[in-house]
Design a protein around this ligand. Structure first.
Ligand code: NAD
Length: 464
């Protein structure tokens, strides 16, 4: 933990490193990415242990959803970076010929990455891949609510990276507040939308661009055209992964009463397949991050017996995979992001009702649609807005490097992953180059004689 008084100096030192120009070369960038890859491979066991301490994640889940996701990102970036950085030629209007125009990516400068506790490895290091690949210096602020993982970063990451250009600053609200008082060239924040507003307000003071990766209520829709058992398995996996503490987890399900009752039985079977008859006994099922979150979630289950699950144990912060039926649209559980292993099924009259329900809420981070009806799929795509849409699958879109990952409206601003990350952390500089001779521009210079004016009008007409 750094004292807050040391923070301005620390950020200045990182800026001096950026200003030295060292982080710009392709060689430096590739070296950092290779260092990050080595960190993930060599320190995998330490990271797995920390994730178990912080969130009771199983080693396989940690590999699949944290370490493996970043490894895939870093490997993809190493192999593609040279091509991504090549200036992109664009066409020049005839009236400007001869000339050449191109777009080049240049590093933004010093980037601040603030990450949350739920995927503490992935959500700190995946943005770092893009920031380094784009040639920036970086200040990393891991979440204090995943302290074991944060400590691994602070202790070990500097050994693998250029430690004058990449700094880990541990801490909570005080440290982050002091950090946000410094000038950065980009702030990349992942977390809740309340703090996002604090981050955006601080960034606005310096006109610093922000990426905000937020959350919200991601719906799943199921109709009777699909194999309900298969859909239930995909939904249960996405929902109960990391005990529901996943930003892109399906938050709730919309279905007609008939589909809802079949879905409950299918979910019961799916949960038993994934976690056995007692999820408490398997190391493949996580725990809730804090007592405060545990109490909030216990309150959401309420007094009525859930259709599935509902068991809790405060001593372990254990909440059984739980499914609620008969949920009203105004119930507490439908008024906030659940972010835990509770899946309400809200009944709708049909497709139109489902579409209008989704449209009346905030734009979600993800929307999951389980239907074989092509027209219904098209309507979800064109009549709703969300960060992403998954047909027949939950959560997995974030592992496709070619897909931008991010929200829209209340679920976020901006996106990253793969090439999009490099663009996010770069300025797209416009470059136009025109030889001084022949001086074709003389045709548009004043004085605007009648002849020249009619020439200009002719050109503009031809261009429009
Ligand atoms: P959190 O409590 O760990 O907070 C996130 C970060 O904000 C931390 O680094 C924390 O130190 C900092 N912070 C907290 N209070 C602050 C303040 N007052 N001023 C400045 N900084 C402050 O995590 P969280 O917000 O509880 O994370 C859960 C939320 O994040 C959910 O809404 C979830 O949907 C969202 N999320 C989004 C994504 C995504 O990729 N879109 C991924 C994971 C989580």
């Amino acid at each position: 933990m750094h004292s807050t008084t040391a923070i301005p100096e620390l950020v200045s030192a990182v800026r001096a490193r950026f200003d030295s120009g060292r982080t710009r070369s392709l060689g430096w960038r590739l070296q950092q990415l290779a260092g990050l890859r080595d960190f993930l491979i060599e320190r995998g066991p330490e990271l797995e242990r920390a994730l178990r301490d912080d969130l009771a994640k199983s080693p396989s889940e940690s590999q699949l959803t944290e370490i493996g996701v970043v490894l895939a990102e870093v490997t993809h970036t190493i192999s593609s970076l040279k091509g991504w950085l090549r200036p992109r030629r664009v066409a020049v209007p005839l009236a400007l010929a001869p000339a050449s125009a191109s777009v080049m990516l240049e590093p933004l400068g010093v980037v601040l990455i603030i990450s949350p506790w739920n995927y503490p490895v992935q959500l700190l290091l995946a943005p770092l891949v893009g920031a380094l690949a784009a040639g920036n210096a970086v200040v990393l602020k891991p979440s204090e609510l995943a302290p074991a993982t944060s400590a691994v970063f602070a202790r070990l990451l500097p050994r693998y990276l250029d430690e004058s250009a990449v700094v880990v600053l541990e801490g909570a609200v005080d440290e982050t507040t002091e950090l946000l008082a410094q000038r950065f060239d980009h702030i990349f924040y992942t977390g809740n939308s309340r703090v996002a507003r604090i981050v955006a307000a601080a960034a606005a003071k310096n006109l610093t661009p922000v990426t905000l990766e937020l959350g919200g209520k991601s719906p799943a829709y199921v109709d009777d055209s699909v194999d309900i058992d298969a859909a239930a398995k995909r939904i249960a996996w996405g929902k109960f992964l990391n005990a529901g503490q996943t930003c892109v987890a399906p938050d709730y399900v919309l279905a007609t009463p008939d589909v809802a009752s079949r879905l409950v039985e299918a979910l019961r079977a799916a949960i038993a397949t994934l976690y056995g008859s007692d999820a408490r006994q398997t190391t493949d099922y996580g725990r809730i991050v804090s007592d405060a979150q545990f109490e909030r979630l216990r309150g959401l289950i309420g007094a009525e017996k859930p259709a599935i699950g509902g068991e809790t144990d405060a001593s372990e912060r254990y909440i059984e995979p739980t499914v609620l039926v008969g949920v009203g649209r105004d119930d507490d559980v439908m008024k906030q992001e659940i972010f835990g292993p509770i899946l309400p099924i809200v009944t709708v009259a049909g497709l139109d009702d489902a579409l209008s329900y989704i449209r009346t809420g905030d734009k979600p981070l993800a929307l999951y649609v389980f239907t074989d009806d092509e027209d219904a799929r098209r309507r979800f795509l064109t009549e709703t807005s969300s960060g992403a849409v998954g047909f027949g699958v939950t959560v997995a879109h974030l592992s496709v490097p070619g897909l931008p990952f991010g929200g829209v409206g209340e679920s976020g601003t901006g996106s990253y992953h793969g090439r999009r990350s490099v663009e996010t952390f770069s300025h797209e500089k416009a470059v136009l180059s025109k030889p001084l001779a022949p001086d074709t521009l003389r045709l548009i210079y004043p004085p605007y004689t009648p002849r020249r004016s009619s020439f200009i009008r002719g050109i503009l007409r031809r261009l429009s």
